[in-house]
Design a protein around this ligand. Structure first.
Ligand code: ZN
Length: 210
């Protein structure tokens, strides 16, 4: 009953030590062992698990343990890898890269590919008009390349006020259109969404954006 998980002791080590000690008291009932095990456990994932879903008995604890041992191993491997200087950690599995998302790897995608939705919600004002109405709202974010002051130079005289840069007109800014759709989906632009009872004539003409 006095076994306690040491601060530096892993779940695996603590459980092994606990089970070894339990062999000395074969008459101890599963319920008692359950209580003693949880009492000695230091705060952590498995501790949390047993607080949220208390174990019926010690066998129940043992049946839930393997997943948490794996989790512990994975966390330790990651920690070791993050802390390692030059020497690889023996016996620890290499970090598995996350599964590739569909499509080309992120860094190979062009800006247009990642800032484009498949479908856009019909709006009752043009992107440029909406931009001027909401540009000072807290939910509105300027693009990462935005700089206050004089517009940034570009390949032509077309000024985009959203980017504060020359290169294309605000009304043709695909990035702005993307941000507006993003905000529509986040619930910030209710008042600009075309309702079903609005007539077709009230909708602005759809423009192609580049
Ligand atoms: Zn722009």
């Amino acid at each position: 009953m006095d076994i306690k998980q040491d601060q530096n002791e892993t779940l695996r080590e603590y459980t092994a030590r606990f089970n070894l000690a339990a062999l000395e008291v074969p008459e101890a009932e599963s319920q008692i062992k359950n209580c003693a095990y949880v009492r000695g456990l230091k705060p952590g994932l498995f501790f949390d698990e047993l607080q949220i879903r208390p174990a019926r008995d010690f066998d129940d604890i043992m049946s839930r343990l393997p997943g948490y041992l794996q989790l512990e191993d994975a966390r330790m491997a990651r920690k070791a890898e993050d802390n390692k200087h030059k020497t690889p950690c023996k016996g620890l599995p290499p970090r598995v890269p996350p599964p590739q998302a569909e499509g080309p790897p992120r860094q190979q995608r062009t800006v247009n590919e990642v800032t484009r939705f498949d479908e856009y919600t019909p709006l009752n004002k043009t992107p440029e008009e909406i931009f001027h109405l909401i540009k000072n709202q807290p939910f509105f974010k300027a693009p990462g390349t935005y700089r206050d002051g004089q517009p940034q130079q570009g390949p032509n005289n077309k000024l985009c006020e959203y980017h504060n840069a020359y290169g294309h007109f605000t009304k043709h800014c695909g990035h702005l259109k993307y941000q507006l759709e993003f905000l529509v989906r986040a619930g910030n632009l209710h008042q600009f969404i075309v309702r079903r009872n609005e007539t077709q004539a009230q909708r602005p003409q759809q423009r192609n954006v580049t």
